[in-house]
Design a protein around this ligand. Structure first.
Ligand SMILES: Nc1ncnc2c1ncn2[C@@H]1O[C@H](COP(=O)(O)OP(=O)(O)OP(=O)(O)O)[C@@H](O)[C@H]1O
Length: 503
């Protein structure tokens, strides 16, 4: 489950700001710059764009599909599973679900850019983001009832089409687990096997009868049972949908004796424990490869999988490492389906982790795929600097790094434990990409498609994007021209920090 360190950041205030922002958007809907062209691959329309351009199919060795034309507008998994409850489930109230709404009449605010960064003009209008009404035809109980219907082997194919409409022939690679099987695997959930404890779950190492190592994630979130069930089904629905080498792999689930996800075991644990743990510094080569792997995983979530997904809680402790130190994005507890015909959604409550949250999200609850891009930029800074996104004195890495990025001070940024053991070109490229990703204006952040290309050294794509030199982040060239200045951004961050501390 995703961390929910920042909840309900003054919701009334946030709603008011969102309304104001949306009105601003409306006023400016006709004033469109080439921000999208700058921040996106020029050969394609942004997924933030409402124009829904078709793209040329292109699939790489990891199965990343470069063609997003099949994307179907869908509600978030919570909405898909936001069903009225009746019968044996404890309460008759339907589960609470984050509402994602925008006003159809409002346009997206695009800020003007100056200087040589302007490439072309492009008209973009935000489209309505309407989520389907809640289904009254089925309930959480029905899902759980079916899940429980056979103690050992549940027919996953029976429930899957309702969770994943559109997938006709479903052959899940996961299965239901018997509770006794999980008890045997984890030595009755013994504390010796406890390998992780987040805000919402405990994770146990286990070994199945066939010798396979697994991680058993048991939901521990306190509070409303229906919310817990809804969260569980939401996470299950998303993670079962995902199939990529850089995303955690689901092996199954169990709804007996609690709510459990059974995942492939990651022997090195999370990137946070490896990067900030006591086991010595990660070499640059490994860090760069991890950066690329996470980018590929996010690109897949945003554009490659059948239904596109915003993760919403990208952070070092949610990146698992395989035996070969390949990163896998995990914890889909906050993830949402990404509808293809909208530029953004507004969600409440605002949930995430301080230090990784994009300004438009923590101030206004606005999310789109660029929310993940911002968090990815923070992760890049962590990989380069070896510092945590938020240090022990609650100092934000972004605030610390910005002046150094601005003055192009690579030496001041690079983790001292790396010494000179890094490729300066890769480092410069990584810093340049990090700078773009943490841009305060979401429309000026690159897509993950572009990030993958950058990190793979596609210089042509860098140039087409109007990027001057890898060592000179473009964000600061354009910053002063925007109404939302760096100073306001830092002020907002500061305010956000205060709010987070007050929780
Ligand atoms: N498949 C796995 N293999 C090994 N370790 C894992 C695995 N899954 C999770 N962990 C460990 O357990 C920790 C907590 O897992 P997870 O983030 O899924 O729980 P959570 O309660 O949702 O956390 P959060 O506080 O972010 O909401 C991870 O940071 C990681 O160290």
């Amino acid at each position: 489950m995703a961390s929910k360190e920042v909840q309900g950041v003054n919701q009334e205030e946030s709603k008011r700001r969102s309304r104001e922002l949306a009105h601003e958007d409306c006023d400016n809907s006709g004033s469109v710059t080439d921000a999208a062209a700058l921040s996106e691959d020029p050969s394609s329309d942004s997924s933030s764009s409402c124009e829904g351009a078709k793209e040329v199919p292109e699939t790489d060795s990891k199965g990343n599909n470069y063609n997003n034309s099949e994307c179907i507008e869908q509600s978030s998994p919570r909405a898909v599973l936001d069903l009225s409850v009746s019968g044996s489930v404890d309460s008759d109230e339907s589960s609470s679900v984050e509402q994602a709404t925008t006003d159809p009449s409002r346009g997206l605010h695009w800020r003007n850019l100056i200087g040589g960064l302007i490439l072309s003009r492009k008209k973009l209008m935000a489209r309505a983001v309407t989520f389907p009404p809640r289904s009254k035809s089925a309930g959480l109980k029905r899902y759980l009832g079916r899940m429980r219907s056979s103690r050992n082997q549940i027919d996953c194919s029976a429930i899957a089409p309702e969770i994943f409409p559109g997938i006709d022939k479903w052959r899940p690679s996961w299965r239901s687990f018997d509770y006794d099987e999980l008890c045997a695997a984890t030595d009755r959930f013994s504390s010796d096997n406890l390998i992780g404890k987040g805000g919402h779950a405990e994770v146990y190492r286990g070994r199945l009868a066939d010798g396979q190592f697994v991680a058993v994630k048991r939901l521990t979130k306190a509070g409303n049972k229906e919310d817990r069930i809804s969260d569980f089904l939401s996470e299950l629905g998303i993670i079962a949908h995902v199939n990529h080498p850089n995303a955690a792999q689901l092996l199954g689930f169990s709804v007996e004796g609690g709510l459990h996800l059974v995942l492939q075991f990651s022997p090195h644990g999370s990137l946070a424990s490896v990067l900030h743990g006591a086991n010595g510094a990660l070499k640059w080569k490994a860090r760069f490869s991890i950066a690329l792997g996470i980018a590929e995983g996010l690109f897949y979530l945003h554009e490659g999988c059948h239904r596109h997904i915003i993760h919403r809680d990208i952070k070092a402790s949610n990146i698992l490492l395989t035996e070969e130190y390949q990163p896998q994005i995990s914890d889909f507890g906050l993830a949402k389906w990404l509808p293809d015909k909208c530029t953004h959604q507004v969600v409440f409550p605002i949930e995430g982790t301080f230090g990784y949250m994009a300004p438009e999200y923590f101030m206004h609850g606005i999310i789109n795929e660029k929310t993940d891009v911002f968090a990815y930029g923070v992760l890049l800074l962590e990989l380069v600097t070896g510092r945590k996104a938020v240090d022990s004195s609650r100092q934000s890495l972004v605030i610390w790094a910005k002046p150094l990025l601005e003055s192009n001070n690579m030496k001041g940024l690079v983790d001292p434990s790396l010494d000179v053991g890094y490729d300066p070109e890769e480092m410069a490229l990584t810093l340049a990409v990090a700078s773009m990703c943490i841009h305060h204006s979401s429309s000026l952040r690159p897509s993950m498609r572009s990030v993958v290309r950058f990190l793979k050294g596609d210089r042509e794509s860098l140039e087409l994007m109007g990027k001057p030199k890898p060592t000179k982040p473009p964000m600061f060239d354009s910053c002063d021209s925007e109404d939302y200045t760096r100073t306001s951004y830092l002020n907002d961050l500061d305010k956000h920090k205060q709010l987070a501390l007050e929780q």
